[in-house]
Every structure is written in structure tokens, then in C-alpha cells.
Ligand binder design. Structure first.
Ligand SMILES: [Zn+2]
Length: 378
């Protein structure tokens, strides 16, 4: 990994500046990609844009910017990693796209123009392996508009795969958004849908002792011609969810579930949608169930840990602890009639939740830790 500090003048930066549909946004004699594919296209408002010009005009320092050096044979050798909006503001002003203090750049005297063109920007140029770049990007990703984890990965594994994947997953109103908006948290533009799709795909390819990760998957497929396999997997998961649960009526408990994992486990089984829905409806109104997001995983797996079932609060436990004379409620307890510390005991539902037991005083007994564990294991 190499990191090199360069001083770039505004004159050099803005030379050959262009912003068009096909070519994207270029500067630095066409050698700098100012808006590489992974960057968001957010726009500075006038106030922020003017603040950049004020800083340059007064000769104050702007924060350091970061460029990444691309592979040796890349057509455009550099890309902006951090500093896109500042770069665009400067280029647009010099290009005559907007006026500052009622004056366009061409309205300035030649010496005023030169002062701006001679202003020096500090740029760190980094080059290295993908892994090194990712670590570096994470480290510098501290100021300004933060990049998300997935935006960082898109930067590191940029290529035809990412470009195609973004068509499906990364635009407002994209295909993935339309299918998954009630099931997936976050925003398409910030790459949350793409990240989720990659996570599910990586999970589906994981084997015992051989875990696939998002980075691993992206590294393997970086130079694929397109992302159609990723899309097919994602849409298979979405189709399965729609065939298994009543999304329109149950979406309140369906957002953010790891649907990919459930798909991997259950898509080969014949499931009774009506029966599952009755179960979901019942659990949605059960006040003992505190993790509503766990309802769908629970009705498939029958694993109660998904539900975050209510536990006894301390006041009830203390009351019962006193009433039991500080002894374990199990008559066959190996610690017999011994008096125990409150901290050594746990609140237990006499009738368990699955048999209709509630978290109320009458249904509480205090067991020593060992007895509670043994009862729970049954
Ligand atoms: Zn006991």
C-alpha cells in the first residue's frame, strides 16, 4: 500500500473538466474520474458550494482530499474517493456554471482568476491491493459525508459486476426496491438493498467450515460480465417470501428479517400459508412476545429465542424469593433446603409460555440456576 501526498492546483484540476451523460464527470486533463460509479449523486446546496469558493478565494486550506489510483491499464488512472462535492464545486465555478457574489469566473480580472487557478489542493493518492484499499478507505472515512460499508466495497471491487448490480439494486424505484421495500431496511441509494442481496447470496454459498462473505463473493465476481446470478437469487428469495407470508397484512413484523437464511432452510418444504398466517396473527397481539421481528422466523423454526419472551421483573422475583424463604422451589433440588443468594436464583414460568403461561406473580417461582437449566433443557 502506497500513500502519496500530491499538491494539485485548481488550474490542473479543472483542465479538461467535463460533465456529460456518457463520459461521466472528468477533470485533471481527463485523467480523474470525479464521480466514479459508487459515489452518490448528491448535490451541494448553494451555501455549501459558496463556502468552498470562499475558502479558495481567501487562500484558506480546504480539507485533504483522497484519490485512488486504479489498475495500471485503466483508461482513467485516478478516481475521487473523498472530496467529490468540493471538486465539483470548484470545477463548476471555474467552468462558469454558477456565479459567486454576483460574479461569474469570467467576470474576474485576470489576476483574480490566476489567484484561484494557482490555489493548491492537498490530495492523498493511494494505491495498493483491494484489501489494502478497503482498510485504508475505512480509516479515512471519518469526515464529511460518510460512505457506508457497501459503498466502500463498491469502490474497492468496482467493475462490470458492480455496475450491473447497481441497475437492479441501487436506484430509487429500482426492481429490488419494488420487490423488497416492506422486507428490507434502509435505502437503495445508500446501497442497503445491494448489501442485503449480497449477504443472502454469500450465506447461501457458505458451507460448514467455509464461510462465504460479501467481500469474498464480490472479489470472486468482480470481473463477471453482469450480476444476473445475484439478481436471480434475490428475486427467488422475494418470491418465496411472498408465497409463504401475507406481506400486505403482516408487513409490520416483516421488515429487516434475514429472509435469505430462512429461504435457504425452508424453500424446499411445502408450507401451509394459511396456517402460518393464523400463527403470525396470534403472535402479533401476544404481549409476551417482545421481539415482533422474530415472529416469522419463529413460526418456521419453532425456536422460542426469536421471540424475546417476557422475563420476570425484579420486583416480582424479589417478592417470590422472600415468600420461598430464599430456597429453590424444586422439592428435589440437589441443594436441598439451603438458603441461597438472590443473585444465584432465576425466575421461572411455572406454566411455560407455549402452554399459555403468562409473566405474572402467580406464575413465578424462583429456581436455583442449576434447576432452571435442567427444566429448560426438557
Ligand atoms: Zn434448585
Amino acid at each position: 500500500m502506497q500513500i502519496q501526498l500530491k499538491k494539485i492546483t485548481v488550474r490542473e484540476l479543472t483542465r479538461g473538466y467535463e460533465d456529460n451523460e456518457e463520459g461521466g464527470v472528468r477533470g485533471y486533463d481527463g485523467r480523474l474520474d470525479i464521480r466514479p460509479p459508487y459515489q452518490r449523486e448528491f448535490i451541494y446546496d448553494d451555501k455549501k458550494r459558496n463556502a468552498v469558493i470562499t475558502t479558495v478565494k481567501r487562500g484558506f486550506p480546504l480539507n485533504v482530499m483522497y484519490w485512488a489510483e486504479r489498475e495500471a491499464d485503466a483508461e482513467v488512472p485516478y478516481e475521487v474517493l473523498d472530496g467529490q462535492q468540493r471538486t465539483v464545486s470548484i470545477c463548476q465555478y471555474v467552468h462558469g456554471d454558477f456565479a459567486y457574489d454576483f460574479q461569474y469566473f469570467h467576470n474576474l480580472t485576470p489576476s483574480e482568476q490566476d489567484e484561484i487557478l494557482d490555489y493548491e489542493l492537498f490530495v492523498y493518492v493511494c494505491s495498493g491491493t483491494d484489501k489494502e484499499k478497503l482498510d485504508w478507505f475505512r480509516t479515512i472515512n471519518i469526515a464529511g459525508e460518510r460512505l457506508t460499508e457497501q459503498e466502500l466495497r463498491n469502490a474497492v471491487y468496482a467493475g462490470p459486476f458492480v455496475t450491473d448490480a447497481k441497475r437492479y439494486f441501487s436506484k430509487t424505484g429500482c426492481a429490488a426496491y419494488n420487490m423488497g421495500r416492506y422486507l428490507i431496511n434502509g435505502s437503495a441509494i445508500r446501497q442497503d438493498f445491494l448489501e442485503t442481496a449480497l449477504l443472502w447470496k454469500a450465506q447461501s454459498e457458505s458451507r460448514p467450515g467455509k464461510k462465504q462473505t460479501i467481500e469474498g463473493y464480490m472479489a470472486q465476481h468482480q470481473h463477471d460480465a453482469n450480476a444476473s446470478q445475484l439478481w436471480q437469487h434475490f428475486s427467488a428469495v422475494m418470491t418465496w417470501v411472498a408465497a409463504t407470508f401475507d406481506i400486505a397484512r403482516r408487513k409490520a413484523v416483516m421488515m429487516g428479517v434475514n429472509w435469505g437464511e430462512l429461504y435457504d432452510r425452508f424453500h424446499g418444504e411445502v408450507l401451509d400459508k394459511a396456517e402460518l398466517d393464523r400463527e403470525v396473527a396470534r403472535l402479533m397481539v401476544d404481549s409476551e412476545v417482545q421481539k415482533k421481528k422474530g415472529i416469522c422466523p419463529f413460526v418456521l423454526t419453532s425456536d422460542e429465542h426469536w421471540l424475546g419472551l417476557r422475563a420476570f421483573p425484579d420486583d416480582i422475583k424479589l417478592e417470590v424469593y422472600e415468600a420461598q424463604g430464599h430456597r429453590c422451589a424444586n422439592p428435589l433440588c440437589p441443594r436441598g433446603g439451603e438458603e441461597l443468594d438472590f443473585a444465584e436464583m432465576e425466575g421461572d414460568h411455572i406454566t411455560p409460555w407455549r402452554d399459555g403461561g403468562r409473566t405474572v406473580r402467580e406464575n413465578c417461582q424462583m429456581l436455583c440456576r442449576e434447576c432452571n437449566r435442567r427444566k429448560g433443557a426438557k
